[in-house]
Design a protein around this ligand. Sequence first.
Ligand SMILES: Nc1ncnc2c1ncn2[C@@H]1O[C@H](COP(=O)(O)OP(=O)(O)OP(=O)(O)O)[C@@H](O)[C@H]1O
Ligand SMILES: [Mg+2]
Length: 160
Amino acid sequence: MEDCKVQYKKIMAAIDLSKYSEDTFLHAYALAKALNAELTVLYVIDTHYMDTVERYAGVAGFDRDALLASQREETQARIEKELLSKAPDYKARVEFREGLPWEEILNAVKEENPDLLVVGSKGHSDVAGVLFGSVAEKVQRHAGCPVMIIRGPEHCRIYG
Ligand SMILES: Nc1ncnc2c1ncn2[C@@H]1O[C@H](COP(=O)(O)OP(=O)(O)OP(=O)(O)O)[C@@H](O)[C@H]1O
Ligand SMILES: [Mg+2]
């Protein structure tokens, strides 16, 4: 019998460190482990607001690079503490990108070709009554790979 052509060898979890991120990560991790796949955790530093600040803040000596570096360092520490610590037996790669979150998630998918992208249904805004946040909505519409959408902890928490 011919082997199945579909394989899950690379799994990418996009996380924003909102209340949705732990479950998003845990589902990606569970699948990666079961399928012996590579696991990448992607965090996009939203530089859109920085660009706006920069436009007005020349006077205040706004240091974009320093701000980005410290944000990255803080975020890396939080990812390790809040997510990677839940998967001590797995070597997940952490990837940072800068720009508009939806655009950079789609760029990462284009460049790295994961077999599956895992995202939360919503994130920090978490507007009540809304099914999907704008990032989840755009990436599921345009990503060139299957997208798994993890709803909030009230639906998805399966670990004690
Ligand atoms: N900066 C980011 N980096 C990586 N993944 C992100 C980022 N922002 C959002 N995501 C992914 O998209 C999911 C849905 O978040 P989204 O931003 O769409 O919802 P929201 O914050 O509730 O709404 P909105 O941002 O449209 O106001 C998140 O759980 C996460 O998986
Ligand atoms: Mg958001």
